[in-house]
Each structure stands twice: as structure tokens, then as C-alpha cells.
Design a binder for this molecule. Structure first.
Ligand code: CDP
Ligand code: MG
Length: 137
């Protein structure tokens, strides 16, 4: 069993895609073990994406991520990290495989609807960034 952190980003919430995203995860055997809706401050978004702080898109990305409510969730399942990444599709929706969340719904490489942790260490950091032990099943 593995855990991962996913986010329905502000564009996904604005486009009424919360149910679609969570539904895809649940239909593919992932269990929601923690979930909450909140709005991130700019500072919280900067802390979450700290690994990207030197990248040219950091300012725009953190502005976008703090532009409206998000749904944060911790998911559990066999190979959960890769499963979520596969369901999301590539970062750039133009390169995302057909049938993935980003191919179906994303508008741009930035506004791409969903986040998923990319490795066990980042999953542990990201789950801990948003959830305390009492908030997880
Ligand atoms: O989210 P993912 O792991 O697929 O991509 P990333 O390389 O970790 O980048 C994090 C997020 O930054 C992406 O999901 C996009 O929202 C944004 N990004 C961007 O705006 N422009 C890029 N060239 C790359 C990423
Ligand atoms: Mg990433």
C-alpha cells in the first residue's frame, strides 16, 4: 500500500470537475484517506512548490494556485503514486495521453486541473504539508 497527495487545482474547481477527478481515482481502486477544500495563500503555494522556486514559471504558478479554492486529498492504494500520475496525464495537455484528466480537461501547461506527487519522498512531504495525523484514516 502506498499513499500520494493529489490536488484539484483552482481551474478544476472552477470548471466543476471535483467529482470527475475523485470519481476517476475511486473507479481505479484508490481510496480517499483524507480530503479537504481550502484556498491556499500565496505563501502556502510557494512552500508547496518550493522545489520549483528557481523555475521561470514559479511566480505565475503560485499566483494561479492561490487564485481560488482547491481540493486537497490523500489517496491510498497499490502503486498509488504512479496510478495517479497515469490518470492525470502529462503536464502539458497537448502531450497528455487520450482519456487522461489533463487531455480531457486541461486548458494549458499551467492550468492543468490536477496535481499528483511524483515519488515516495515528495508524497510524504506533500501529505504532511497539508494533513496532520488526525485528519487521515
Ligand atoms: O504537475 P507535474 O508534476 O506534471 O509538473 P511539474 O513539472 O512538477 O510542474 C508543476 C506545475 O507547474 C505543473 O503542473 C503546471 O501547473 C506548472 N508548470 C507550468 O506552469 N509551466 C511549465 N513549463 C511547467 C509546469
Ligand atoms: Mg510535479
Amino acid at each position: 500500500m502506498e499513499r500520494t497527495l493529489s490536488i484539484v487545482k483552482p481551474d478544476g474547481v472552477r470548471k466543476n470537475l471535483i467529482g470527475d477527478v475523485i470519481g476517476r481515482f475511486e473507479k481505479n481502486g484508490l481510496k480517499v484517506v483524507g480530503v479537504k477544500m481550502t484556498s491556499l495563500t500565496r505563501q502556502q503555494a510557494e512552500g508547496f512548490y518550493a522545489v520549483h522556486r528557481a523555475r521561470p514559471f514559479f511566480g505565475s504558478l503560485t499566483e494561479f494556485m492561490s487564485s481560488g479554492p482547491v481540493v486537497l486529498m490523500a489517496l491510498e492504494g497499490d502503486g498509488a503514486i504512479k496510478k495517479v500520475r497515469d490518470l492525470m496525464g502529462a503536464t502539458d495537455p497537448k502531450k497528455a495521453a487520450p482519456g487522461t484528466i489533463r487531455a480531457d480537461h486541461a486548458d494549458s501547461i499551467e492550468s492543468n486541473v490536477v496535481h499528483g506527487s511524483d515519488a515516495p519522498e515528495t508524497a510524504a512531504f506533500e501529505i504532511g504539508y497539508f494533513f496532520n495525523a488526525l485528519e487521515l484514516l
